[in-house]
Each structure stands twice: as structure tokens, then as C-alpha cells.
Design a protein around this ligand. Structure first.
Ligand code: HEM
Length: 495
């Protein structure tokens, strides 16, 4: 999922974070000359120096600003006003209670609509509500449990093709490449039941990487030119979009024609089957009650795009953490041995895997794949205590910073999965947001948690993970998702 696609000033690839343990000031001290605004840094040269700092090191810069100015941060760059919220309570007020008073930032939406069409991610208002109602049944926990067979098949195929070594033997892999490939195959299998050929799967992977790279680039432009005009990246973008659209449209056409091969899986259980039969009970007329072919294609496009990179990066960080913290890896393995033995997991098993879930949740806390929620454009003044965020402002929720705040997570930079074990002290509502919150919370969160638990369980049962050097955890950098600054190479030794 995109991190902060609304802001052209804060999302370039290559930004890194310097961990900073200094305590964050808990009170707002007005340092902005105008007392009607929340505290914020001075912004000489129309804020361009600050913009430069944010571009060079978004995580570190925002951490510094929070430390210096407190929980509601305000600054101006050129003609735009930016507000950042760091307190869980205010985040909930703005994002949950005042959800109708902001929309996703229009620049991000323009970029994503051009690529992925009008879907649940890119629409607002009634159009979004209708799509979300139609799509939601396919993401309810019970329905997601029905995808487990498809997910397991895709995972096992990848384990067989990536790891051919015998017991006790090691191979070193680039973990990011592996997790991206396996999550692409999982999402394609769940969407279409179809075992995508290796060629199609690699083409789809390549196409999404191209589109992600291009969207990051275009977010910095004031406007994307029309497709008939030449512009940087245009040809590759249109080709990649075409690859994905064709792959998806072909599957829809096959299914509509009733020619889907039953031998490829039970297509009544896949996501496309759900989309084709979905009905919106609240629709005003018959044509609005179902999704058109284009709407189905565009929603498959966005589910494909939103559904694999986030999960892949979360798994990459989790594997790196398990390699660094073998004591926790042992606990997870022991639990898996007790609950599963050698069999494949059933959906009801996952709730029993407390250590596995706790390590995954802690990985999502330390390294949230979406380190900033989509930037919002405020459409009605929002009052938060003594401050009012005026209509027209940009509103940001810096998830990574909230997750690294010692007030909600003591020793915030250390890996402590115990925080998420049953019986651990409560985490304040609004302080843990890997999937966002409010009506636009990630539609795929149950899907993602089950998929990650499945892949993680099958991997850790079969392999010991060890780091290839003493460098420790890589620093995170913000790209479309929060990625390791350098490729993560880990030794996988078959148990
Ligand atoms: C670890 C994995 C994942 C993370 C961390 C994640 C995170 C997020 C976040 C933070 C948002 C936006 C919230 C906001 O701006 O308010 C979001 C939205 C969304 N996610 Fe995920 N996501 C993950 C996996 C998935 C999966 C597996 C799917 C689909 C199969 C998915 C589909 C979507 C969609 C369609 C939206 C837009 C929902 C809407 O606007 O109504 N995500 N996700």
C-alpha cells in the first residue's frame, strides 16, 4: 500500500532513518510566531529548506520535528499547509470520528487512478461506499479462511522451486525477491484460482515494479500529462499497465464464458467468483447492484497491487528479525511443532499460534509497510482541542513515528514480541496502526495476517535463518512501502 502518496514533499525513494532515542516532548510549546497555528518549525525560503530535509530523510526529519514541537505539528511549504498528528487520541478523532471531513490527497488519487482505474482505493464518497460494500464480503474472516487452500498451494510451489537443498544444507537468498514472488503468486491464485505460468507471474511482478516506480516518480509532478503526450517513463508505464490489464481481463473473459478449467482449482472459492456474483443490496437500481467488467478489472488491479508488496515487505522484515533473534525463532518453531506437527495449517490453527502472531505484529510495529497513511486533504475544518485544522490543509498520520513512541511502546526500538502476547498490557487505541484505522482501514487486513502467518509458519518450520554478516538490521527507507535500505541476504539452512 502506498505510504504517503499525497505529499510530493515527503516520499522519494532512498530516504533513510537514523534511530533517535531522545524523549519526545509531551507538551506543545508554541514556537510558531502565529499563535493561531499549532507549533512548528520556522520555514524560511517558503519552506523549501524544510522540504529538502524531508526529501533527504523523511523519518528522521519528522522525528526531530515531533521532538521539538510536540504532538500537533504545523508547517507551510509554498502555498500548502501541513499538519501532522502524533497522539493516538487525536488521530482517532480526525481519522475515525471526522472521516467524512477529509479525502485522500488528490495528487495521489490522480496518479493511482491513471494506473489502476476507478476502484475502492481511488474513489471517494458514494462511489467508494458502493465499491467497498460490494468488495467487503470477499475479505471477511470466514471468506478469507476459504482462500487458505489456494494460498497454501502457491506457497508450497514456491518453496519447492526456490529451495532444493537437502537437510543441513544452506543457500543464501535475497529475501525481498523471494517474498515478492511468493506473494504475487498467492494473490494471483486467490484472485483467479489459476496457477499462473512462471512467465506470466514474472511479467506481472515486473509490471507492478515498473508501475510502482513510475507512481513514486509522478507523485512529485504537479500533473501527469495525458497518455498521448510523451513524458519520462510513459512507454514503460503504458506497457506495464497493459500487461496487468490483459492478464486480468483474460481471466475475467474465461470465467464469464464459463470455460474456466475446473482442474485448476475450485473457482467458486476464489475472489473473482465473489466479484462476479457480488450484489449490492443497497443499490438504487439494477446496474448499480453489480460491478461492471471494467470495475471488476480495476478492483482486481488494485487488489493485486495493494495486496502483495505490503505483505512481501512485512515478511522480509520478519525473516530478518527472526534471523537476528534466534531465541524468538525457537519459540515460534516450538509452538508450531506443538500445534501443527508436520501437517499443513487449517484456518482455525492460526489463532493458537500466539508467538507467531506476536512476532508478526511486532515486525509490523517496528517496520510498518505503510509508514504514513495516505495524506488527507481536509474538506471541512477539523477542531482538535485548542487547534483547528482548516479546510484545504494536508493532514498526515505518521504511523512509523507513532509506533516508535516510548509513551505507547516502552523501549520502542527493540524487538519485543511479548507486547502482543495474550495478557500483555493494553496498547492505547490509535497507537498501533499498520493497517490504518477508520472507514478506510485496509480492506485486506485479515487476508494479510493469514497469508503472512501461513508463509511464515511453513518457512520457519523448514529452515533456520541466519544473517550473512554482523551488520545487524538494515535501516528502513521509504519507497512505495518501507523497505530495507540494502538488499537483505539471509542464509536458509534446511532443518
Ligand atoms: C501487511 C500487509 C498490508 C498492510 C500493512 C496494509 C496497509 C494498508 C493501509 C495503511 C491502508 C490505507 C489506510 C489509509 O490510508 O487510511 C490500506 C488500504 C488498502 N489495502 Fe492494505 N495493507 C496490507 C495488505 C493488503 C492486502 C493483502 C490487500 C488485498 C488483498 C490490501 C488491500 C487494500 C485496499 C484495497 C486498500 C484501500 C481500502 C479503501 O480505501 O477502502 N491490503 N492498506
Amino acid at each position: 500500500m502506498g505510504d504517503n502518496p499525497g505529499s510530493r514533499l515527503r516520499t522519494p525513494a532512498g530516504m533513510t532513518h537514523e534511530p533517535d532515542q531522545t524523549r519526545i516532548r509531551m507538551t506543545n510549546t508554541a514556537s510558531h510566531p502565529n499563535k493561531t497555528f499549532p507549533p512548528g518549525p520556522p520555514t524560511p525560503l517558503f519552506g523549501l529548506l524544510l522540504a529538502q530535509e524531508l526529501v533527504a530523510n523523511a523519518l528522521g526529519a519528522v522525528q526531530r520535528l515531533q521532538r521539538e514541537h510536540g504532538d500537533v505539528l504545523y508547517f507551510r511549504i509554498l502555498q500548502e499547509s501541513f499538519y501532522y498528528l502524533f497522539s493516538p487520541e487525536q488521530i482517532r478523532t480526525a481519522i475515525v470520528e471526522r472521516a467524512d471531513d477529509h479525502i485522500r490527497h488528490e495528487r495521489a488519487i490522480d496518479v493511482f487512478t491513471q494506473i489502476y482505474g476507478a476502484n475502492v482505493l481511488t474513489t471517494e464518497g458514494e462511489a467508494w461506499k458502493r465499491q467497498r460494500r460490494i468488495l467487503m464480503p470477499g475479505f471477511l474472516p470466514k471468506k478469507v479462511a476459504g482462500y487458505l487452500g489456494l494460498m497454501t498451494a502457491a506457497t508450497n510451489d514456491n518453496l519447492a522451486s526456490w529451495f532444493t537443498q537437502g537437510k543441513g544444507e544452506s543457500i543464501t537468498i535475497d529475501v525481498g525477491n523471494f517474498t515478492r514472488k511468493v506473494t504475487v503468486d498467492v494473490i494471483l491464485r486467490v484472485l483467479f484460482s489459476h496457477q499462473t505460468s512462471e512467465t506470466d507471474s514474472f511479467r506481472a511482478l515486473e509490471a507492478t515494479l515498473t508501475l510502482e516506480h513510475q507512481s513514486m516518480r509522478e507523485l512529485y509532478w504537479p500533473k501527469t500529462p495525458p497518455d498521448w503526450m510523451p513524458y519520462p517513463g510513459r512507454t514503460a508505464k503504458l506497457r506495464a499497465k497493459d500487461v496487468l490489464q490483459k492478464l486480468i481481463s483474460d481471466r475475467i473473459a474465461v470465467r464469464r464464458a464459463g470455460r474456466a478449467s475446473r482442474s485448476e482449482g475450485d473457482d467458486n472459492t476464489d475472489y473473482l467468483a465473489m466479484l462476479l456474483s457480488a450484489q449490492d443490496d443497497e443499490a438504487q437500481n439494477k446496474s448499480a447492484a453489480t460491478l461492471s467488467n471494467d470495475e471488476i478489472r480495476d478492483n482486481c488491479m488494485v487488489i493485486f497491487a495493494a495486496g502483495h508488496d505490503t505483505t512481501a515487505t512485512a515478511l522480509t522484515w520478519w525473516i530478518a528479525l527472526m534471523a537476528q533473534h534466534s531465541e524468538y525463532a525457537s519459540k515460534v518453531r516450538q509452538e508450531i511443532a506443538e500445534v501443527l506437527g508436520e501437517r499443513m495449517p487449517a484456518a482455525e490453527d492460526f489463532a493458537k499460534l500466539n508467538w507467531l502472531n506476536a512476532t508478526l505484529k511486532e515486525a509490523l510495529r517496528l517496520y510498518p509497510p505503510a509508514p504514513l497513511l495516505f495524506v488527507r486533504r481536509v474538506t471541512q475544518d477539523i477542531t482538535l482541542g485548542e487547534w483547528t485544522i482548516p479546510k484545504g490543509s494536508n493532514l498526515s498520520v505518521p504511523v512509523w513515528h507513532v509506533h516508535h513512541d516510548a509513551r505507547w511502546f516502552p523501549e520502542p526500538d527493540t524487538f519485543q514480541p511479548e507486547r502482543f502476547l495474550p495478557g500483555a498490557p493494553d496498547i492505547p487505541r490509535g497507537a498501533y496502526l499498520p493497517f490504518g484505522t477508520g472507514p478506510r482501514v485496509c480492506i485486506g487486513q485479515h487476508f494479510a495476517m493469514m497469508e503472512m502467518a501461513l508463509i511464515a509458519a511453513l518457512l520457519i518450520r523448514a529452515f533456520d535463518f541466519t544473517p550473512t554478516d554482523d551488520a545487524g538490521m538494515p535501516k528502513p527507507k521509504i519507497a512505495m512501502v518501507l523497505q530495507p535500505e540494502r538488499a537483505l541476504r539471509i542464509n536458509f539452512t534446511r532443518r
